[in-house]
Design a protein around this ligand. Structure first.
Ligand code: FES
Length: 172
């Protein structure tokens, strides 16, 4: 079997695995460990820990990460956190970047009084407001918090941390 063919087979398996899992920004709950044949290349992804652990506790929650990421030929250390929530139906995980979509400050937890008004994340730089699903509900942010594609492998959840995805504010 030639080297070229092997590579093509690998890419084909990777793509198949990705699509077969979930090529969207949300992660279905209750997934089991993935089949080895459907393994994906996680060298440029961040491991958020086990899906079982992510499913536990209060939502939304802050999940820290620390990882060595392979970006093309460069390996870089990355440290940060994401916000994880269940979607409105409660059947998928929504993994959100904390980076404010106005000018890139970090959005933190809103004060309790604000939370009572439906504001869950607050950006102190210019008063950006987001609800628990990261939807911009006040201040200058032009769109919701970005999300990350998520993949499960061997029971752990990985995100494409270098490729945050933009969302549009849903129309009500
Ligand atoms: S950077 Fe967040 S509101 Fe301006």
């Amino acid at each position: 079997m030639g080297q070229k063919w092997k590579r093509r087979e690998f890419l084909s398996k990777s793509v198949k695995g990705t699509i077969g899992l979930f090529a969207v920004s949300t992660l279905p709950l209750g997934l089991t460990a993935c089949n080895e044949d459907e393994s994906i290349d996680v060298s440029s992804m961040v491991n958020l820990g086990s899906l079982k652990e992510l499913e536990k506790g209060e939502f939304p929650k802050k999940v820290p990460y620390k990882a060595k990421i392979q970006d093309a030929w460069v390996e870089q250390e990355m440290e940060g956190f994401v916000y994880v929530n269940k979607n409105k139906e409660g059947d998928t995980l929504l993994i959100m970047s904390p980076i404010c979509t106005h000018l890139g400050c970090t959005a933190g937890d809103a004060e309790i009084e604000m939370q009572k008004e439906g504001i869950r994340f607050y950006c102190p730089c210019h008063g950006g407001q987001y609800d628990e699903f990261g939807i911009n509900v006040g201040g200058p942010p032009p769109r919701p918090l970005d999300t990350f594609d998520a993949y499960a492998q061997n029971g752990d959840v990985y995100i494409s941390v270098l490729s945050a995805k933009q969302r549009k504010k849903p129309s009500n």
